[in-house]
Write a protein that binds this ligand. Structure first.
Ligand code: TRP
Length: 336
């Protein structure tokens, strides 16, 4: 049998997971597990690149593990980045295979530097500048063929391919696989409180719907979701209404979507009916996820041990890559 293609993606541990994260990325990750060999990392080294607190970092890392498992990510595919220190070792080596000029072109660095300043950060760390090179190490260390990420990460993927190519050229061997971005059609979900902006944690609590929220909270958020602001041109659908329809579709309630859309087009849609349908669909999902998360949390120790074991197993692949990289670059290997 032909070896399955390797998929890899990572996510930063930064608190609550919301429906935008789920429909935008995680749901796709769950499905990819059927067709590919998948590895998914909770990248805590990356989370240190912006101002952070020790307690929160540790808490968010485990919280994210529970959240990912509750949505259907298999524990054997999951790792915690800092349990595989070879990522940072490869990052150092890649630092020496990356020109300062190309690293300086990264637009996410510019955005995050600004965010850092506005958020009251005292300084911009060298780690934030180095972040895309660590990301290249995350990807290349497992020889990933496909990396499912959003469009905003395309520039980082391009950098990863450049690093791989430069490395291969300098050592005279097709050693690293050039990773491809795996784009999938994902719904673009907007903030219920301001449907002209993307659903996001950074905007504040009103602006995202927690994937594990209690029923009452979801119903309240949908009930107060902005619908018409009065400035939508005649014949166009307002961002708020469009977002509610989009949510319904994302929840795979196509039939309800279509029949409510017919009402809308006919001009007799009652917004309460649309909101009711959306709230029901979201509650149905969050109820499932909450139950699974509770079951996992009832066996915290066991789950944590499982993830430590899977990280140790995945680490073997990373160690093998590092061993070969050290040989190719003239560095010394410790026998293990
Ligand atoms: N930079 C990614 C983001 O902001 C997170 C990330 C870190 C990542 N390492 C990765 C994504 C490796 C894919 C592969 O979303």
């Amino acid at each position: 049998m032909e070896k399955r293609k390797q998929v890899l993606s990572c996510i930063q541990p930064t608190g609550d997971m919301h429906f935008g994260n789920y429909f935008g990325a995680v749901k796709n990750w769950v499905q990819l597990q059927e067709k590919y060999d998948c590895l998914y990392g909770v990248v805590d080294y990356h989370a240190m690149t912006m101002p952070y607190t020790v307690k929160k970092l540790r808490m968010n890392t485990w919280e994210l593990i529970f959240n990912l498992m509750a949505t259907g990510i298999h524990p054997e595919n999951l790792f915690i980045q800092s349990l595989i220190p070879e990522h940072s070792e490869l990052c150092w080596i890649f630092n020496c295979f990356t020109s300062f000029g190309e690293a300086s072109k990264m637009t996410q660095f510019k955005d995050k530097s600004l965010q850092n300043k506005e958020g009251g950060g005292n300084y911009i760390s060298v780690g934030l500048f180095d972040y895309p090179i660590l990301q290249a190490a995350d990807i290349l260390i497992y020889r990933a063929d496909y990396v499912p990420v959003g469009k905003d990460q395309e520039q980082h993927l391009e950098l990863s391919r450049n690093i791989a190519q430069r490395f291969n050229h300098q050592v005279g061997k097709e050693f690293f696989v050039l990773p491809e971005t795996l784009f999938t059609e994902v719904p673009k979900l907007m903030s219920p409180a301001d449907p002209t902006r993307k659903m996001s944690k950074s905007l504040g609590e009103k602006h995202y719907i927690n994937l594990f929220a209690e029923e009452a909270r979801i119903r309240k958020q949908i009930k107060s979701a902005v619908t018409d602001t009065g400035d939508t041109p005649e014949g166009e659908i307002s961002p708020g209404i469009a977002n509610l329809f989009e949510l319904l579709k994302a929840c795979e309630k196509q039939e309800a979507h279509d029949s409510l859309m017919e009402d809308y087009i006919a001009g007799n849609l009652k917004y309460v009916d649309l909101k009711e349908a959306v709230a029901n669909a979201l509650v149905e999902l969050s109820t499932q996820f909450r139950a699974r998360k509770a079951a996992l949390q009832a066996n915290k120790k066991e789950v944590k041990n499982k993830i430590k074991a899977s990280s140790a197993e995945i680490r073997k692949q990373a160690q093998q890559t590092i061993k070969e990289v050290k040989e190719l670059t003239g560095l010394m290997n410790v026998r293990f």
